[in-house]
Design a protein. Structure first.
Length: 720
């Protein structure tokens, strides 16, 4: 058999390799650098090319002295650069260069440090903007989050960065360094990391460590509040939005194990120069020994950043003092309590998230029961006076006000300034908000409020108004009252928030924020993690006899025969009144007027047993506090629709849901809060809260049990 001639084989991958080589981005090297590049071996050229491309992508300059000589195996870094990376860096996008200061070479930004743990290195003056929830521990150095500075050795803090508000940024803070050598500083950092990281992670951190660098550990965290909110359809992506498969990178996978995602720096909170000046002055005044208890009143239109400013100010004050008092006068968008409340709180822990992530127990609280004080200004003023009387002037006080600053709202604000006598008034303005005159001391003194007169009119009339006679001394012709016309300092702040709210969607966004706050409060009913969530209808309620508690509908006139229909399935304020209601044999006990009384918490009337004459109430208030409760107030605050429509474990009909609702019933539209123009747009099968108020509750089968979708919120602060 003749010898067969085997054909010459060409390398099948050579053409592909040539095309990939030609597609590489060109290196920006000088003539001298290109000459030295030819003297390197193939592995040295490849290593040099990778590092030069990383430097160019980060925006840094590769100096001439960084190019190696003919015998060098690897390029040397500039003197101001960080040490060479460890042999096992986590691939991912490079961090953005610092906006100011010396430019440093990029370092690996994140590294997986175990299941649900990520190690983050932050050079000085650099930040990490993210979305999601994590538990942050500063292992070395100092970082700042929303104005609160966290140093090494301090306990871990839970951080909530939701898309409903501005994203939070972990900023590295420059800290004082003793005169130590670089080797001693690395040895000290390694000792701080020994209790938290293994040897390999410590070697990576110290190998990439640079002077004034902060080392942060981010851990996966799950709380009952997060689990309960995310369990409702449409609310599972509030903290972390889903990413498309084409945009998933290795860094996304590493950060996703913690439950966070890197965001662009411009999507984080950006403070204006006037805001920083106002914060600096207020912190300086609060830390003075002579006058360390200023009263700061924050006012402005809707969605100008008042709530965000309050959080930032609270955190900055907590860096220097142990506690801060907070007076909530905004009924629609409360910060630490469910909506419809006026409360006084003593804040000792930093505020690192939206309002629905830090619900707290106030020192004194009154349940107003409505989202606005229109047509009831006098009761609103009386409640503020009652709550403000509990302020002991032992800590700085921050007063949050409503965003209604036109016409009667402006007059009401002038009354509050005269009543509360703040030392500083922080007035917000924005190009998108309504014009508001500067609230200077002269302007406040020369203008009439709803219940107070100007300084000139008081001198001419010489009489005292009964609305303020019990707490404020008015001026006469010869002597001015220092309480009523106390001089305050006006701090003007110009806001540049990029709003997601518009006049057309503001109501829907604010309603979503209120629902999230109510859900966060209801989450306190459930056992803490890691126990699984339990449905609300599976919890054991308290049984309260009719004759042990009084009832009052605060916002509407309801016939006595329909009171129990209004109470059933409603949001309740658990209050205590001074009147003795004992002696009634059967009940229910109805109050003729809405009392101004202390509210200890809230609950849900799950049902009413007419045979045994019992209320079934779910509430997270501890039993020792419930012993003093003798009044139930029902207001216009409703339970979120998703609580009724996403009840797990139920089959067939769902309680409190009906497809047949008559809007023509007296008080129906007020109960639901639906305008006439919206009634025709509501599809059948959607839930109407308290649809059984003025008639017996029906259990009708409905095919449409879909939940209300959650919407996006504003980028700044959520003010009503």
């Amino acid at each position: 058999m003749a010898d067969s001639v085997s054909p010459v084989r060409r390398n099948p991958g050579r053409s592909t390799w040539v095309r990939a080589r030609k597609a590489r981005p060109p290196l920006m090297l000088s003539r001298r650098s290109r000459h030295r590049l030819r003297a390197l071996r193939w592995c040295g050229r490849r290593r040099l090319r990778r590092r030069v491309l990383q430097t160019q992508a980060a925006g840094a300059d590769w100096s001439e002295g960084a190019c190696p000589g003919p015998r060098a195996e690897a390029p040397q870094r500039p003197k101001a650069a960080a040490p060479s990376p460890a042999p096992r860096p986590v691939p991912g996008p490079l961090p953005a260069p610092a906006p100011s200061g010396p430019v440093s070479l990029p370092i690996p930004p994140v590294r997986a440090a175990g299941p649900g743990r990520v190690l983050l290195l932050l050079p000085a003056d650099q930040g990490f903007t993210f979305s999601g929830v994590c538990r942050m521990t500063c292992l070395y150095g100092q970082v700042e989050v929303l104005g609160f500075v966290i140093s090494q050795g301090q306990p871990a803090h839970d951080i909530f960065s939701a898309y409903t508000h501005s994203y939070l940024t972990i900023n590295a803070v420059r800290y004082s360094m003793p005169e130590k050598s670089k080797k001693e500083i690395k040895r000290e950092a390694r000792a701080c990391l020994r209790a938290h990281l293994n040897l390999e992670d410590r070697s990576w951190a110290t190998g990439n460590f640079s002077p004034l660098c902060s080392i942060v550990l981010l851990e996966h965290v799950k709380t009952t509040t997060i689990n309960f909110i995310a369990s409702h359809p449409g609310l599972s992506t509030i903290f972390v939005q889903e990413k498309e498969a084409s945009q998933v990178t290795s860094e996304c996978l590493v950060l996703g194990s913690v439950g966070i995602k890197r965001e662009k720096r411009k999507r984080g909170l950006q403070l204006t120069e006037s805001t920083l000046v106002a914060l600096e002055e207020l912190v300086s005044v609060s830390c003075e020994d002579s006058d360390g208890c200023p009263i700061v009143l924050v006012c402005g239109g809707q969605d100008v950043g008042k709530s965000t400013f309050n959080r930032y100010l609270i955190n900055q004050l907590l860096n220097s003092i142990s506690c801060v008092d907070y007076l909530e006068c905004d009924l629609g968008q409360t910060e630490f309590t469910p909506p419809g409340c006026i409360s006084l709180l003593n804040i000792t822990e930093p505020v690192l998230g939206p309002p629905y992530t830090h619900q707290r127990t106030p020192q004194k609280m009154v349940y107003y029961g409505k989202l606005s004080c229109k047509n009831s200004f006098e009761n609103y003023i009386d409640i503020i006076k009652y709550v403000f009387s509990a302020y002991k002037r032992e800590a700085p006080l921050i007063i949050n006000t409503m965003g209604w600053v036109s016409e009667e709202g402006l007059q009401l604000l002038i009354d509050l300034i005269r009543l509360l006598s703040p030392s500083h008034v922080v007035q917000f303005s924005s190009p998108k908000s309504k014009h508001m005159p500067p609230l200077t001391p002269d302007y406040v003194a020369d203008r009439d409020g709803l219940y107070t007169k100007s300084k000139s009119r008081l001198r001419s009339q010489g009489f005292c108004l009964p609305e303020f006679s019990d707490s404020v001394e008015f001026a006469d012709e010869e002597k001015d009252s220092p309480v009523l016309f106390a001089e305050h300092k006006l701090l003007s702040v110009f806001s540049e928030f990029s709003f997601r709210k518009t006049p057309r969607n503001r109501d829907s966004h604010n309603r979503i924020f209120r629902d999230l706050t109510v859900l966060a409060y209801l989450a306190q009913l459930l056992p803490p993690v890691p126990k699984p969530l339990s449905p609300l209808h599976g919890l054991t309620p308290y049984q309260v006899p009719f004759n042990a508690i009084a009832l009052r509908i605060t916002h509407s006139d309801v016939a006595p025969t329909h009171i129990l229909y209004a109470v059933n399935g409603s949001w309740l304020g658990l209050c205590r009144i001074l009147d003795d209601i004992r002696g009634y044999s059967r009940g229910p006990i109805l109050l003729a007027q809405t009392p101004i009384c202390d509210c200890v918490g809230f609950g849900v009337c799950r049902g009413i047993d007419m045979e045994k004459r019992l209320y079934h109430i779910l509430t997270p208030v501890p039993p020792e506090e419930l012993r003093s409760v003798n009044c139930l107030l029902v207001g216009a605050i409703s339970i979120p629709q998703c609580v009724f429509k996403s009840q797990h474990g139920l089959e067939g009909t769902i309680p409190y849901i009906t497809m047949d609702y008559n809007f023509k019933l007296p008080g129906a539209s007020e109960k639901i809060g639906v305008r006439d123009s919206e009634k025709e747009q509501l599809p059948k099968g959607k839930l109407h809260p308290r649809s059984k108020f003025f008639r017996k509750m029906k259990f009708l089968k409905g095919k449409d049990h879909s939940s209300q979708p959650g919407g996006s919120g504003e980028g700044g602060a959520g003010d009503a």
